[in-house]
Design a binder for this molecule. Sequence first.
Ligand SMILES: [Zn+2]
Length: 76
Amino acid sequence: MAAARATLEDIRFQPQAKVAERWPSLLVIAGIYARDKYQCRYCGEKVILTPVMRLVARLFSDVFLDRSRLSGQWGP
Ligand SMILES: [Zn+2]
């Protein structure tokens, strides 16, 4: 039994410690949006800061669905 345990300990699955996602500060993000004139650098589509979208979603929750609340995800 001890030998079996020792063998299993050797091949035991070690879950990776989850690395917390790191985002720049809101001030930095807002500066980037302003720098890029609130347009996607790749396709030119208009972009809106996520906190602004959240605010709009909260103020107009009857007409604007806040998807982040459904999925529990943060992001665009
Ligand atoms: Zn784009």
